[in-house]
Design a protein around this ligand. Structure first.
Ligand SMILES: C[S@@+](CC[C@H](N)C(=O)[O-])C[C@H]1O[C@@H](n2cnc3c(N)ncnc32)[C@H](O)[C@@H]1O
Length: 280
């Protein structure tokens, strides 16, 4: 129990601190890179005809706003996120765009949602961080109506997503204390093992579980690459605490590490993920 509490506190601290800041600062860039996954989820919402949609770990809310904008939508689109600063940005963007999305700053794993209040629960990379995933998915299931569906995307393994660990591999000798990626623990690759994902969903009561690999082409502008490498992931966190000289060295080696992905003024990589569907 204590270990679960510690893992939860770590995640809350990260997303309300360095990781949250980095995601807010790079919001437009990240939304551009992850747009193909938004398309996957919006298609699923449209196909389901869901009226009340909950976006879990909605971050700065691009996918939540996209649901609220669906043509002819009478949908209630609600985003929930543990990061206060990401929710503040999500609200600001929804207001600017005059989109009727709503946002809840809360831990989706424990928040007391009204029972049966959503027809679809979705997430773009926001469900791999729960300290107690069985409890969290049971809590989300309680928020789901009888006919509700679940649809989310999550990363497969680091070995299948070399782009995602390029920066830390390139900077390893300059930043020897980077935290190692932990298998099956809360984090970006927490849902890499499909059998584990299935067992979490079964244990939390979800049925008709379908887990499919999807390989998605993603791009970003070459001139954004250094900013991307220096801000996000474990290297982004570590760079906030190093001296300017080390920082410049790290930025240079990281940029070099990404070279195989650069094609003229565009950076291309394949995101190897799971698309997970289930029913309440
Ligand atoms: C990788 S980001 C994805 C953000 C957003 N879905 C997107 O695609 O832009 C993961 C998000 O999950 C949120 N998160 C992590 N643990 C959470 C929890 N227990 N409850 C709610 N949100 C959580 C983080 O704050 C972060 O915004």
């Amino acid at each position: 129990m204590e270990a679960i509490q510690r893992l939860g506190d770590e995640q809350a601290k990260l997303w309300n601190g360095t990781a949250g800041c980095a995601w807010v600062e790079a919001q437009a860039l990240l939304d551009r890179i992850l747009q193909p996954f938004e398309d996957v989820l919006i298609e699923a919402v449209s196909a389901s005809g869901a009226r009340r949609v909950l976006d879990v770990g909605c971050g700065t809310g691009s996918t939540t706003r996209a649901v609220a904008r669906l043509p002819g939508a009478k949908s209630d689109s609600v985003g929930v996120d543990i990061s206060e600063q990401m929710i503040a940005t999500a609200r600001m963007l929804a207001e600017q765009e005059r989109v009727p999305a709503k946002f809840i700053p809360a831990d989706a794993g424990t928040h007391a949602f009204a029972a049966a209040s959503f027809d679809m629960i979705m997430s773009r990379f926001g469900v791999m961080f729960f300290a107690d995933p069985v409890r969290a998915f049971a809590n989300l299931r309680n928020a789901a109506s009888k006919e509700a569906t679940l649809c989310f995307v999550a990363w497969r393994s680091p070995a299948e997503n070399r782009f995602m660990t390029t920066a830390e591999r390139a900077a390893a000798s300059l930043l020897p204390n980077l935290p190692a990626r932990r298998a099956n623990a809360p984090g970006q690759f927490g849902f890499a093992d499909a059998r584990r994902v299935e067992s979490i969903l079964v244990a939390s009561g979800w049925t008709d579980i379908d887990i499919q690999p999807i390989d998605v082409a993603c791009t970003l502008p070459e001139n954004e690459l250094s900013r991307y490498g220096a801000r996000l992931g474990p290297v982004g966190v570590a760079l906030r605490e190093v001296d300017p000289r080390t920082r410049d060295q790290v930025v240079a080696v990281v940029r070099k590490g990404f070279e195989p992905y650069v094609h003229g003024d565009e950076v291309r990589f394949t995101a190897s993920c799971w698309r997970v569907d289930a029913r309440r």
